[in-house]
Write a protein that binds this ligand. Sequence first.
Ligand code: DHB
Ligand code: FE
Length: 284
Amino acid sequence: MARITASVYTSHVPAIGAAMDLGKTQEAYWQPLFAGYDFSKQWMKDNKPDVIFLVYNDHATAFSLDLIPTFAIGTAAEYTPADEGWGPRPVPKVYGHPQLASHIAQSVIQQDFDLTIVNKMDVDHGLTVPLSLMCGQPDAWPCPVIPFAVNVVQYPVPSGQRCYNLGKAIRKAVESYDEDLNVHIWGTGGMSHQLQGPRAGLINKEFDNAFLDELIADPGSLALKPHIDYVREAGSEGIELVMWLIARGAMADANGGPKPTVKHRFYHVPASNTAVGHLILENA
Ligand code: DHB
Ligand code: FE
C-alpha cells in the first residue's frame, strides 16, 4: 500500500527561484533565507520519497480568467517549467506519476470532490520554487511529482475547511493504492503578503507564527478560519495559505492517527514582498 509519511510546507516567492538561478544565494540579502533550508535539503536526501504530491497555485500561467478550476490534478507524464515572462527557469523538467495520479483522481472524485483532470500544462514558480528550495539545483528532480493546482487567485476560492477535508480524502486515496510507495505531500504558497493596492508590502509576523502554531497543534480549528481573516490579517495573497490545510489534512492525526513530529520550522522576513514560512512534519 502507498503511504503518506510526511508533509512539507513552504512559501514560493519567484525571486527565490531567480536568486538560485542567477547564483545569488550567498548574497547578504538571501543567505539567511537559504540557510533556513539547509536542514531541509539534507532531510530530502535522507528521506527520499517515491512521489511528491505537490499542492500549489498557478498564477494565471497555465490557467487564466478563461478557465478557473478550483482543484486541478495533473495526470500527465511530464510538465514543462513555464515561461513567466523572463524565459522558462533553468530547472529540470517535472516528471509526473500518471498511474498514482489517475488513481487519486478516481478515489477523490468518488469521495465527492470534483477535481479537474489536467493532461497538459506548464508549471510556474508556485511549483518549481518549492522544488528548488527543497532539492537545490540537481540535474533531475529526485522523484515524480503530482501537481495539484488550487485556485487562490480569482474569487471565489475554496474554504479552509474544504481544503482540510480534501486532504483527508487524498490520504484515503493514497492508502488505497496497491503499490508500496512512500508519498510526501507538500502545501505551498504564503505566508503573509500583499502585492497590490494601498497595503502592498504588508507582512504580519504575529499572524504567520500563530498560523504555524495552530497548523501544527490544532489544524481542525485552523480550518474554520474564514477567508476574510486571511485577507485582513495576511494580505490579499496571504490566502495562498489555505493550501497548507490540504497537506495538513492528509496527515495521520487528521484521520484518527497519532500526532506528527515537527522535524523543522523556519520563518524569515522578507523575501521580496513575502514572509517565508517553512515546516516539515513527519508521521509517526
Ligand atoms: C511574490 C510572492 C508570490 O507569492 C508571488 O506569487 C509572486 C510574487 C513576491 O513576494 O514578490
Ligand atoms: Fe504566489
